[in-house]
Design a protein around this ligand. Structure first.
Ligand code: SF4
Length: 374
């Protein structure tokens, strides 16, 4: 059912008015699905056209795309996409910034503490001294990552656990907004054995100080990169400081496709959104900005690798993870972050005249606006 944009808008306006929790009838559900597919097809077609313009585009085992020197492909991503998975380690429950794109937007102060002296690994809590036991008994991960909020809020606590994983020969990467980095703490991380540090450069508005910290980190940590959600603000800031960033010595840039959660969605109302494989909901411009940047990087031969960490990559990651866990064919932990489809969030893309559906046809009888749709 290739529903027209006009009919799609009428139906989604109607669905957006329904009381919360009201279930759609089977035919209304078909209409909903047809609309989401039409939007997704249109968004995919725009990205396919942009992708065709990128010279030298390569894929990592069919799971993700990149341009640039392959030896700089982040090992943490390789582990996530082809190894044992992301294996997130969590401790810090605070951040010093307040980014509009943060998945924890507005709920920063509600993040539960892990507990004094403890680390959350695989959903359970351990002490750093338990790492040798974990590595002996469990299946050894190809890599682990320190994720969630801002580790530099208490970076001195990370030394012991990084040493423990380093001694166990496990690759480790960490995410930071970079604003609290100093020569002293970067040196400590490098000496403890951190393999890879990723800067969310967009978090600080691409601050000069953070670009300088990228260069500083390169003196102590083997691999240093940028990982930030692609937004128009970051795209503009990046170009203002492009030379300085490219000279920083960063090995790679992971362009994350921004996706919305019930927390940060409030900051993107009015933007054109699509839903990728019935999972993440993202502004259509986010992936497009990545592809534009990749073309620029490939045409100009940037020294760093640029990686397209889009929703499809997240789908590949989660499929791979379930396959590793022995899941059945097609099993995936990838899904939608919203409990119900947020119909009103899709109205702007349906109202946007510059966003065109690839193909449209008239609705069959029984599905038209004005029909009794059962
Ligand atoms: S720096 Fe990271 S954790 Fe902190 S507010 Fe920004 S996105 Fe959230």
């Amino acid at each position: 059912m290739k529903i027209s944009k006009k009919d799609a808008l009428l139906w989604f306006r109607f669905f957006a008015e329904l009381p919360e929790g009201e279930q759609l009838s089977p035919r209304q559900t078909e209409l909903r699905e047809a609309v989401l597919t039409q939007i997704e097809d249109a968004a995919d077609a725009r990205c396919d056209a942009l992708r065709r313009e990128i010279p030298g585009l390569r894929s990592l085992d069919g799971r993700t795309f990149f341009v640039g020197p392959e030896d700089r492909f982040p090992r943490g991503c390789r582990s996530c996409l082809t190894g044992t998975g992301l294996t997130a380690i969590r401790r810090t429950n605070r951040c010093n910034l307040r980014c509009p794109f943060c998945y924890d937007y507005g709920v920063w102060d509600e993040q539960p503490p892990i507990g004094e002296g403890y680390w959350e690994i695989g959903g359970s809590r351990y002490r750093a001294s338990d790492v040798p036991l974990l590595l002996r008994v469990s299946r050894r991960p190809t890599g682990v990552s320190y994720v969630y909020l801002e580790p530099f809020m208490e970076i001195e606590r990370y030394e012991e656990i990084i040493r423990a994983f380093h001694e166990g020969g496990v690759h480790q990467h960490m995410y930071t907004n970079g604003t609290l980095c100093t020569e002293e703490n970067l040196r400590m991380l490098g000496e403890a054995g951190l393999d890879e540090l990723r800067f969310n450069l967009g978090a600080s508005g691409t601050a000069d100080r953070v670009i300088d910290s990228i260069a500083l980190a390169k003196r102590f940590i083997p691999r240093v990169g940028i990982e930030t959600p692609m937004t128009p603000e970051f795209y503009a800031q990046f170009h203002e400081k492009k030379d300085r960033i490219l000279r920083s010595g960063a090995d790679f840039m992971n362009c994350a496709e921004l996706h919305l959660t019930p927390n940060n969605a409030v900051n993107y109302e009015g933007e054109p959104l699509y839903m990728a494989r019935r999972g993440y909901i993202s502004p259509v411009w986010s992936h497009e900005l990545t592809l534009r940047l990749m073309r620029e990087a490939a045409e100009e031969g940037w020294p760093l690798l640029v990686h397209d960490c889009c929703n499809r990559t997240k789908l590949a990651r989660d499929l791979h993870l379930r396959a590793q866990e022995g899941g059945w064919f097609g099993a995936s932990s990838y899904g939608c972050e919203f409990g119900e489809i947020p119909y009103s969030l899709f109205l702007p893309v349906l109202e946007d005249e510059s966003f065109r559906f690839v193909e449209e046809e008239e609705l069959p009888p029984g599905y038209r606006v004005g029909d009794i749709v059962i």
